[in-house]
Design a protein around this ligand. Structure first.
Ligand SMILES: [Zn+2]
Length: 285
């Protein structure tokens, strides 16, 4: 049985124009149809245009840890509803839907493992859980992960994706930005590396805190990276369109906000090499 079959809920593109029967997928960017098994072998990257299909957290866990080494942490930690928030839907219903879609109790899966033999503490966000937003429990899971990285002397890797702070938790969500940033400072003082991996989309309070605080910041090709979303910017500027490539990782790289764009299938080797380079002093000590 392949890892794909073993996954709790499988990859799901968020395209509404999914092809029935689940055998073929049509690239949302170029329209090229590919047999799903071929896509899977290619790390869900379109062979025609390099579009990176959205994938669930399970895939990144498999990709960024050596086989059989990942052990999840704090999996029972779940979002609370301190404000009893309701907009078009109850927040508790959104949490329930997120749990069902991801098999997670929060918008991030955290744990310990090895990558290329290096001990790592890994966190992977999942936009299927309340659009990957940063809630109180999300922040707590990341903070605890950093604590473990420091205690065990592990490199930290966080795969970011999401819309930003979770408005349904108001200030409880916003304070996570400061909390995680402070924890990352402790990691830095402990001289342990943090590799930030930005995937599509990375916005708001996620960009404004841990996504941009990596010692090395990597991004997948074509990922939307920004603070305010494109629709908000269009409305604010009163324009109908934005320049081509606006907020895409290629543009963000040109403006110096990230260090390198890395194809998904090259992430394990690149991250492993970076950890080796950044931990060289550690090994010699
Ligand atoms: Zn394509």
């Amino acid at each position: 049985m392949s890892w794909f079959e073993k996954m709790k809920s499988g990859f799901k593109t968020r395209s509404k124009r999914e092809i029935p029967a689940g055998i073929w997928s049509k690239c949302p960017k170029c329209g090229f149809s590919t047999y799903q098994q071929a896509l899977e072998r290619n790390c869900w990257i379109c062979s025609e245009c390099n579009f990176h299909y959205p994938i669930g957290h399970q895939y990144y866990l498999e990709l960024l840890t050596d086989a059989g080494t990942f052990a999840e942490l704090d999996d029972a930690l779940s979002a609370a509803d301190p404000l009893r928030f309701k907009d078009t839907k109850r927040y508790t219903d959104r949490i329930r839907d997120g749990k069902k879609a991801t098999g997670l109790n929060e918008a991030i899966c955290t744990g310990l493992g090895r990558l290329g033999g290096h001990p790592v503490a890994l966190g992977v966000m999942d936009t299927r859980f309340v659009i990957g937003s940063l809630g109180g429990a999300t922040g707590e899971k990341i903070s605890r992960l950093i604590d473990r990285a420091i205690a065990d002397r592990r490199a930290l890797i966080i795969v970011s994706q999401g819309a930003g702070a979770r408005m349904m938790e108001s200030a409880y969500s916003l304070m996570q930005m400061a909390k995680i940033s402070a924890k990352l400072h402790q990691l830095s003082l402990a001289k342990l590396p943090y590799i930030a991996i930005l995937t599509d989309p990375t916005y708001g309070g996620i960009t404004a805190s841990f996504a941009m605080l990596g010692d090395v910041i990597l991004a997948e090709p074509g990922a939307r990276i920004g603070f305010a979303g494109q629709e908000v910017i269009k409305q604010f500027l009163k324009v109908e369109s934005l320049p081509e490539g606006f907020q895409r990782s290629e543009t963000v790289l040109r403006h110096g906000f990230i260090d390198q764009i890395v194809r998904r299938d090259e992430l394990p080797a690149t991250v492993s090499r970076l950890i080796a380079l950044l931990s060289a002093g550690e090994a010699a000590a």
